[in-house]
Design a protein around this ligand. Structure first.
Ligand code: ADE
Ligand code: ZN
Length: 336
């Protein structure tokens, strides 16, 4: 059964989205021009042609190079606004957005420039599009724990704008255990925690994220199925996994979407959600991730309902707001 119109119309929450990963080639060229930055590409087509990745690292190299065009508050504002407009077309009602301050501060862009631009766009998106939001500050795990700690200190004056901290970038060789002290400190300051784990890294990284970083959610987490004790823990505690189907195929975590384990995660009773990760690089925003996963894995109407409900439940919204969204979702499902 084709569920395209259902997928289009149901309210959604997106919980795994790197704002730097929404930089479309057209905007990359425009910002390079505006900021007089020389790109290694001569055209939008050349940029798109470069998006052929063999793993996470080959993607990250291109992604960090692209982010260099972001310099001014207006750039971060424009980037975030464009994402929100696109998300609204997919009927996204709530977003929890990652940003990577170190990618910018190490180029001498001020922390305030980054967060003020993103946050202003999120506020305008909430008033103009009705999309609610939370901001999550990620530490780059290929850099040191002391760099992460310094970034946390830098973020403290902006605490009212940041809800949680996360961990991203090159996974293998950079286990969560390296960042225990940073996450301890972040929790003491009142931040919730999440971490990328089990994307390319082994199940032990997911255990560490849970036991050492005390995460509320695991970003990706798809390698959990290699450890049945871990699966039992994730199921018992209903720890959400923010799964990103198109990303996983683009970065060759799975060879094809048909081989993705999303349906198995649901069958194990895990709280899986669908997200787009870095949609400008991976060939689709959240609606496309739902649709392509539904078709490739023959997800049922009930599966789609579970995945969207999981996302609202796994969000950092209040219980009352979660319920409000879930009532809307249930209504949209019934009237299908
Ligand atoms: N940064 C942006 N996208 C990422 C991903 N999929 N994994 C780790 N770090 C990232
Ligand atoms: Zn990610």
């Amino acid at each position: 059964m084709d569920l395209k119109s259902l997928i289009q119309r149901i309210p959604k929450a997106e919980l795994h989205l790197h704002i730097e990963g929404t930089l479309e080639p057209e905007m990359m060229m425009a910002l390079a021009h505006r900021n007089r930055i020389k790109l290694r590409y001569a055209s939008v087509d050349e940029i798109r042609d470069a998006y052929d990745f063999s793993d996470l690292q080959t993607f990250l190299d291109i992604y960090y190079a692209g982010a260099q065009v972001l310099r001014e508050k207006q750039d971060f504002y424009d980037l975030t606004s464009a994402y929100l407009k696109r998300a609204a077309e997919d009927n996204v009602r709530h977003v929890e957005i990652f940003f990577d301050p170190q990618t910018h501060t190490e180029r001498d862009v001020d922390f305030a420039t980054v967060i003020d631009g993103i946050h202003r766009a999120l506020q305008d998106g909430q008033s103009q599009l009705g999309i609610t939001f939370r901001l999550i500050m990620c530490f780059l795990r290929h850099l040191s724990a002391s760099d992460a700690l310094a970034t946390l200190e830098e973020a403290l004056p902006f605490k009212d704008k940041i809800h949680a901290v996360g961990l991203d970038s090159s996974e293998v060789g950079h286990p969560p255990s390296r960042f225990v002290h940073v996450f301890d400190r972040a929790r003491k300051e009142g931040f919730l925690t999440v971490a990328h784990a089990g994307e390319e890294g082994p199940p032990s990284y997911i255990w560490e994220a849970l036991d050492l970083l005390k995460v509320e959610r695991v970003d990706h987490g798809v390698r959990c199925l290699e450890d049945l004790l871990l699966v039992a823990r994730l199921a018992d505690e209903q720890i959400p996994l923010t799964v990103c189907p198109l990303s996983n195929v683009k970065l060759r975590v799975f060879d094809t979407l048909e081989q993705h384990n999303l349906k198995l995660l649901l069958q194990h009773g895990l709280c899986a959600t669908i997200n787009s990760d870095d949609p400008a690089y991976f060939g689709g925003y959240i609606g496309e991730n739902y649709l392509r996963a539904q078709r490739a894995l023959n997800l049922s109407e009930a599966d789609i309902h579970t995945l969207t409900r999981n996302a609202f439940n796994a969000s950092f919204l209040s219980d009352a707001d979660k319920q409000r969204h879930i009532v809307d979702l249930d209504r949209a499902m019934i009237s299908f």
